[in-house]
Ligand binder design. Structure first.
Ligand SMILES: Nc1ncnc2c1ncn2[C@@H]1O[C@H](COP(=O)(O)OP(=O)(O)O)[C@@H](O)[C@H]1O
Ligand SMILES: O=C(O)[C@@H](CO)OP(=O)(O)O
Ligand SMILES: [Mg+2]
Length: 426
């Protein structure tokens, strides 16, 4: 298969996966199967959506519930990232706020949710639509802690190299909503959470910092995270950290309705339909982005030269969330960095194409979702007299792929289930 087909095919796979993992379909599918949970409701229904996919999840539930339980009063609130809402939704209040750092609008939106879900009765219910990004977007600091202190601590944690489980262990112990505390707020009403997972292994107490899930982490662990990454905090914050989060909750039911596993299985199906032999290598990739790129280049060469671990034409599929310790002052994201590293290691090879795709559509602080690269990418950069190695060294993958015309630009996708990597070898 010539490169052209491979590039067209990889774009087709990504486009198809994007459609399949949209919350519209996954939310409606779940509601259809579980509508009886709402038809027997005696009280009011509160539909709260938080995270990068909140708007689409809310839109999908609203369309479905309006139709099927029109006799119930539904109050709705969406709290999502700037530029992630797509217009009004009947009977919903829409808020946009800061991500990955919470801001004033985060507090305004969260206070409104708290107000709306205050003094609920046992006969009321909260339908809680959770997607990644919720930690920054849904936040009320504990008494005596200021927004500035929370912002500063978030900055330090995000830059420290700590993984999301460690970051959220700290965030949960400084919040009135995280770590199951929102479920306590709405008690005795019941909470049904529908979760789009963007945490490897679907750890429910980490996704968006588990506002309606018993917290498996402890105050001690939170203090150890700060120590491990040399993050100093005030005595006031240390004191607040000592207050333990709830370890069991009697009023919650939680369902994962989308994850990177679903994205990988969808890619596997489409690749096979296109005539490739698919192989899902992992759905929990979490090493350095640069190393993952080099490793995948070695897999590409093994298939090309020896038809193993699968015969050509082959589609190698991975899901996960790699990490980048940002040392340079360039612009990029973990998917762009992985793609550039792969491109360097396959320079000159024909009939290999790789796509690394941040499924929320924004990879790092850039407008790119990732990159689609091949054996010609590095040469296209050298042709204008620049060194792809230097771009990688400086964590400047965005500008390198931009020069090569190999950025993947999707805009915010409306979903968020980690990163998907597809390698085609023809
Ligand atoms: N210049 C860069 N090159 C590569 N990766 C970067 C760069 N700047 C930030 N990052 C990485 O991007 C990550 C945040 O990306 P983002 O897509 O916003 O995360 P998420 O989708 O998980 O919210 C940071 O954890 C950091 O490791
Ligand atoms: O909100 C969060 O805690 C994390 C994980 O769910 O999402 P993101 O890394 O996109 O901020
Ligand atoms: Mg992202």
């Amino acid at each position: 298969m010539g490169d052209r087909n491979l590039r067209e095919d990889i774009k087709r796979i990504i486009e198809k996966v994007k459609q399949e993992i949209l919350p519209d379909s996954t939310v409606k599918f779940w509601l259809e199967k579980n509508i009886s949970k709402f038809q027997d409701l005696k009280g009011n229904l509160y539909d709260v959506a938080i995270g990068k996919a909140a708007w689409r999840m809310a839109k999908a539930t609203n369309e479905m519930l309006r139709e099927r339980i029109s006799d119930k009063v539904i109050h709705g609130v969406v709290v999502t990232k700037y530029n992630h809402s797509e217009g009004s939704i009947e009977n919903f209040e829409i808020y946009e706020a800061g991500h990955p750092i919470p801001d004033e609008n985060t507090l305004i939106a969260t206070k409104r949710v708290f107000e709306l879900t205050n003094n609920l009765k046992e006969s009321d219910m909260v339908l809680f639509l959770i997607s990644g990004g919720g930690s920054a977007l849904f936040e009320l600091p504990m008494e005596g802690i200021t927004l500035e202190e929370i912002q500063q601590l978030n900055e330090q944690l995000l830059k420290s190299g700590a993984n999301i489980v460690e970051i959220n262990t700290v965030r949960k112990h400084l919040s009135k909503v995280k770590g199951g505390r929102f479920a306590q707020h709405v008690y005795p009403a019941k909470i049904i959470s529908l979760v789009l997972s963007d945490v490897l292994g679907d750890r429910l107490d980490s996704i968006a910092s588990g506002p309606a899930y018993p917290d498996a982490t402890t105050s001690q662990q939170a203090i150890e995270v700060l120590r491990k990454y040399n993050i100093t905090v005030s005595d006031k914050i240390l004191k607040a950290l000592e207050q333990e989060t709830p370890k069991e909750l009697s009023n919650v039911e939680t369902f994962v309705i989308g994850s990177v596993k679903v994205a990988c299985e969808s890619a596997e199906k489409v690749a096979s339909e296109l005539g490739y032999t698919p192989l899902i290598l992992t759905t929990t990739l979490d090493c350095e982005a640069k190393e993952a790129g080099r490793f995948l280049a070695s897999i590409a060469k093994e298939i090309k030269n020896y038809d193993r671990p699968v015969k050509k034409p082959a589609a190698i599929i991975l899901g996960g969330e790699t990490v980048v310790k940002v040392r340079g002052n360039g612009k990029g994201g973990r998917n762009q960095e992985l793609a550039l590293s792969f491109a360097l290691a396959v320079e000159g090879l024909e009939n290999v194409v790789l796509c690394s795709f941040g499924t929320d559509g924004t990879d790092g602080p850039t407008d790119a979702a990732g990159g689609i690269v091949d054996g010609q990418t590095a040469q296209k950069i050298r042709k204008v007299g620049l060194s792809p190695e230097n771009f990688l060294e400086n964590n400047d993958s965005y500008n390198a792929l931009k020069i090569a015309g190999d950025l993947l630009l999707t805009g915010p996708t409306g979903t968020n289930v980690n990163d998907l990597i597809v390698l085609l070898v023809g």
